[in-house]
Design a protein around this ligand. Structure first.
Ligand code: ZN
Length: 447
């Protein structure tokens, strides 16, 4: 069945002023202003209340952290003390049931902000939560989002000179065996795939170089992406120099990670030579503006990284350092934070949207999502300008960012409506709020 999404207020696409035609989950035609579709259509959706963007793509998150937002022991700290405060909490709160409802909540929250593809960096596998990735795969299907699940890992605990406590790490053999298992079970590389797997050792201060190297080899043999935290803080630089004798990018290169399979969370503290080498290797950078501001981590060199050849995407980062999962707010924060680094003419709302859509898609190794073009998947976010905050606005696409849209009225994923009238189609929000609140309370009481 062909659906004409007709006459939006504005759309983030070229030559589509009168909308687009969607068939079998794919954008099959762009309709220029004042024209009608060339193909016959069976259905029409009147989009005259909507500004349409490609569905946003989130490239870094930690869904489980929705259970520990604004945690009193962790607020107002930089990354390392923040992590030391939360590791023991996470080791105890993550039961399978709590993890499932945390995942559902993060996916739903992201989707309501206009996100259609999400990646989650899950690296905490306490006893009993060995099937965390399976839970995420089930919940992504239930909520309706396209997802890259990442099988994260930590195997360098305090006793071996790392940062995390023993209770939250696994051994190398267990990690690699489970990576193989989830890749074989869930990794779908086909066009339009709704579920892919990436491998994601957590950070230089929580995994061994042996695990980094073997993970890169596994990614090569299974044709999947690689992800890790890098360049987030000066503390990380000091750790790498002290314990590894190298700066983080040198360490990454030595581990075989300077490839276009890799996308890095944060990527803040790189010097000119490192920016050049990362760009030459086409490494992706997930810019996390909200988290970087909350933890006071620094400002990502987005423009230099892009100019050097890196794909730059956006991530909300975990819900204990954001402390929400609103990617449209992340687009706004990217614009604001980057205007402290660059001048206003150099960073526009279109840059911020590019990072949150096409740039993010490239980080995930995808060329079938992230833009409204013929042949791309029909993943779309629809915003209205009905709230008071938009009244009097001129440029509709700029208004979404500058006036601060944070709630999609409708969302389409793979041609299916997953949000209508601001509500998710498959999730009971009130019930979710109650279940998640209770799970978080129970979990924190147990600590
Ligand atoms: Zn993170």
């Amino acid at each position: 069945m062909r659906l004409w999404i007709k006459d939006p207020i504005a759309i983030l696409a070229e030559h589509a002023g009168s909308g687009i035609v969607v068939e079998d989950g794919i954008i099959v035609e762009l309709v220029p202003s004042g024209k009608k579709p060339m193909l016959p259509v069976e259905q029409t959706f009147d989009a005259s209340r909507h500004v349409i963007t490609p569905g946003l793509v989130n490239t870094h998150h930690h869904f489980y952290q929705t259970l520990t937002r604004a945690h009193p022991d962790a607020i107002n700290k930089e990354l390392f003390p923040w992590l030391r405060a939360l590791y023991p909490v996470w080791a105890k709160v993550l039961t399978p049931d709590a993890f499932r409802v945390a995942t559902r909540l993060a996916l739903t929250e992201l989707m309501l902000s206009g996100c259609t593809t999400a990646s989650d960096h899950h690296y905490v596998f306490p006893e009993g939560l060995e099937n965390a990735i399976d839970i995420q795969a089930e919940e992504a299907e239930r909520v309706g989002l396209r997802m890259t699940v990442t099988r994260g890992s930590m195997n360098l605990s305090q006793k071996d000179g790392g940062l995390p406590p023993d209770a939250v790490v696994q051994d190398e053999d267990t990690i690699l065996a489970d990576c193989e298992r989830v890749l074989s079970r869930y990794h779908d590389r086909r066009k339009g795939s709704k579920l892919q797997v990436a491998l994601a050792p957590c950070s230089p201060f929580s995994v061994t170089s042996s695990l980094m190297r073997q993970t890169a080899e596994l990614a090569e043999s299974h044709d999947c992406q690689l992800h890790t935290h890098l360049g987030e803080t000066h503390d990380e630089d000091s750790f790498c120099l002290e314990k590894l004798g190298r700066r983080p990018v040198d360490y990454l290169e030595d581990c075989g990670w300077l490839t276009n399979r890799t996308w890095l969370a944060h990527g803040i503290h790189f010097n000119d030579d490192e920016v050049r080498r990362l760009g030459h290797a086409c490494v992706g950078i997930c810019h996390c503006p909200t988290s970087n501001m909350v933890l006071g981590s620094g400002q990502c060199r987005t423009k230099e990284l892009e100019a050097a050849g890196c794909s730059v995407g956006l991530g909300v980062d975990g819900s204990a350092s954001n402390d929400n999962s609103n990617l449209m707010e992340g687009v706004r924060h990217a614009l604001m934070l980057n205007r402290l680094t660059y001048d206003p003419a150099s960073v526009t709302h279109l840059d911020a949207f590019r990072w949150g859509t096409e740039g993010s898609a490239r980080c995930l190794g995808r060329n079938d999502i992230g833009a409204i073009r013929t042949g791309m998947m029909a993943d779309l976010a629809f915003y209205t300008l009905d709230d008071l905050r938009f009244s009097g606005s001129g440029d509709p696409l700029a208004a979404l960012v500058l006036c601060g849209a944070h709630h999609a009225d409708r969302v389409m994923i793979h041609g299916d409506w997953t949000v209508t009238d601001g509500q998710p189609v498959t999730v009971d929000v009130e019930r979710l709020r109650k279940e998640h609140g209770e799970a978080a309370k129970r979990a924190l009481e147990a600590v």
